[in-house]
Ligand binder design. Structure first.
Ligand SMILES: Nc1ncnc2c1ncn2[C@@H]1O[C@H](COP(=O)(O)OP(=O)(O)OP(=O)(O)O)[C@@H](O)[C@H]1O
Length: 226
């Protein structure tokens, strides 16, 4: 039997806005520690915004977010959110994942370099290490951003539609990686439009028009929406 879960992040009545336009409305949810939570809902329902709130990069307009984990969350945005013109290579991009540990532009240690190489290999992009990020396809770029997120070695990994635009092999690599991290006790929250991926999660949060409309915990069988 699995041990009972504790809470990694507690969202209490969280509302968020862009300027004066409200986007999230009083979201209450407890994200379980060491589990995979899928964030689902239609386009524009607020999934990315909620990930930003959980990551601490989007300040709620009201309500509170309490994080019970150590270290900084790792947020992996969609590749389309990153400008094409950034003059960095894939290896540089992944190495940025180590900045939280070393500080920007510091020399990487041998351990950092090993982590960067391991993360690129895991996502199948080792051969692209010297290519500029802006010269890559969408799926390749997404993999570089995912590798950067993994390189942070955070215990809270937030992924915005990590499989979108990836081929079948890369999608499977992402799912395998998420499962392996969960087994190591990492809390993962990922936004997804893929029902099969959502069913594979331990916990599902559904947003519609910025409101939480379902909060489902997985049991031994299918998660039951309540
Ligand atoms: N930078 C921004 N400035 C203003 N409004 C924004 C901004 N980003 C998102 N929005 C608006 O906030 C709402 C929620 O957007 P969000 O990106 O969080 O939704 P989503 O569920 O992640 O959508 P998708 O499935 O399309 O990725 C939408 O109405 C969107 O238009």
């Amino acid at each position: 039997m699995e041990k009972p879960t504790s809470t990694a992040v507690d969202l209490r009545g969280v509302s968020a806005a862009y300027g004066s336009v409200p986007v999230l409305h009083e979201v209450r949810a407890a994200i379980p520690a060491g589990r995979v939570t899928a964030l689902v809902g239609p386009n524009g329902s607020g999934k990315s915004t909620l990930l930003g709130v959980v990551a601490g990069v989007h300040t709620p307009s009201s309500g509170t977010v309490e994080r019970f984990h150590t270290g900084r969350p790792a947020l992996v945005v969609q590749h389309s959110a990153v400008p094409d013109t950034l003059p960095v290579t894939v290896a540089d991009t992944v190495a940025m994942g180590r900045w939280a540990h070393r500080g920007p532009w510091r020399r990487l240690t041998a351990e950092d370099r090993a982590i960067v190489a391991e993360c690129m290999a895991r996502l199948g992009i080792a051969d692209l290490a010297r290519r500029r990020l802006g010269s890559l396809s969408g799926g390749q770029r997404q993999r570089a951003l995912l590798a950067q997120g993994l390189a942070q070695r955070s215990d809270l990994l937030l992924l915005d539609e990590p499989s979108t635009g990836l081929d079948a092999a890369a999608q499977q690599a992402v799912l395998d990686t998420v499962a392996a991290l969960r087994d190591k006790g990492v809390t993962v929250v990922h936004a997804t439009h893929d029902p099969a991926v959502a069913r594979g999660a331990d916990h599902v949060l559904r947003l519609e028009r910025g409101r939480l409309t379902a909060d489902a915990s997985a049991g031994p069988a299918e998660p039951v929406l309540r």
